[in-house]
Design a protein around this ligand. Structure first.
Ligand code: MF3
Ligand code: CO
Length: 294
């Protein structure tokens, strides 16, 4: 939480590091946030408001992340193993002087997550996992560059995909876009999340509750947790300078999921029906948003 009681005087240098006086810089911004907080809303801590320099660092990191997904997009096909996707991501990242954020993250053994069909997320690349005609796959990339984190994922349809699965992939992309369109400063994450949820429901799908988006930039996972089953007027206030991911996981059937007991990572749908996910990383701006990574 922001400690507005902390003594920062009008003529002191602003906490954001701009060098300007507080009263000419973030004072009105802080007062506006405090107004929401006093009404009982969840408001962001200063620590998750990015400076222009930090935003530039995240943009540089995102260039690598997007290059990885572009490189995968260029070659992904039936017959390829997910291990091969991992190699492409690793090599693209290190060739651009980045570090794959998933590698060794809490013991994750690979550089990227590859989640096929009923795998919801956190699939582990493996030479035994061969892409087959009709599969849908999420490739989720995250990069560290000069200490800045980027995170995005895309779906790929392998060969001849059923109409049912194609629609799931397309509607999930629409859900992500609705999320992006509703990143509006001085509104709530719940305003955005509820619209994402509604679009999935309107198409007969469900949205995973336990896993969602997250602040991202100076750390891999920062506050806030971003739900896509949230309610209007609830969750954290969005303010300019916040950076987080929009990454709804949309299931064709039940929203229930379970975790792989053997590898401790991969999440599956409980009913074995397919799941899709797209992820972008967005910045809240004064007037709306900027997509930093997709
Ligand atoms: N990229 C995932 C996300 O969107 C995180 C994966 S953690 C990993 O949050 F260790 F599985 F890579
Ligand atoms: Co993410």
């Amino acid at each position: 939480m922001i400690h507005f009681g902390a003594k920062i005087e009008r003529n002191d240098p602003c906490w954001c590091g701009s060098g300007k006086k507080y009263k000419k810089c973030h004072m009105a911004f802080d007062e506006k946030i405090q107004g929401f907080r006093l009404k009982g809303h969840i408001t962001p801590d200063r620590s998750i408001i990015k400076t222009p320099e930090q935003i530039q660092g995240i943009r540089e990191s995102a260039k690598i992340n997007m290059a990885c997904l572009d490189a995968v997009a260029a070659v992904i096909r039936a017959g390829m193993s997910t291990e091969e996707i991992d190699r492409i991501v690793y090599e693209t990242t290190v060739s651009m002087n980045g570090i794959p954020a998933p590698l060794n993250y809490e013991g994750f053994p690979k550089s990227v997550c590859t989640s096929i069909n009923e795998e919801v997320c956190h699939g582990i690349p493996d030479e035994k996992h061969i892409l087959r005609d009709g599969d849908i796959i999420n490739v989720d990339c995250s990069t560290i560059y000069k200490g800045f984190f980027s995170d995005s994922s895309r779906m790929f349809m392998i060969g001849d995909v059923s109409e049912e699965k194609r629609k799931l992939v397309e509607v999930t992309k629409e859900c992500m876009q609705i999320g992006i369109d509703n990143v509006i400063p001085w509104t709530f994450l719940g305003d955005m999340g509820s619209k994402v949820h509604q679009h999935a429901l309107d198409n007969g799908y469900s949205v995973v509750r336990e896993i969602g988006g997250h602040g991202c930039g100076l750390e891999f996972h920062e506050d806030p947790f971003v739900s896509y089953v949230s309610k209007p007027g609830e969750e954290m206030l969005m303010v300019p300078g916040m950076v987080f991911t929009i990454e709804p996981m949309v299931n064709m059937g039940t929203d229930e999921i379970y975790q792989d007991r053997d590898n401790g990572w991969t999440i599956y749908t409980a009913d074995g029906k397919p799941s899709a996910q797209w992820e972008t990383q967005v910045l809240v701006t004064e007037t709306g948003h900027e997509v930093l990574c997709w």
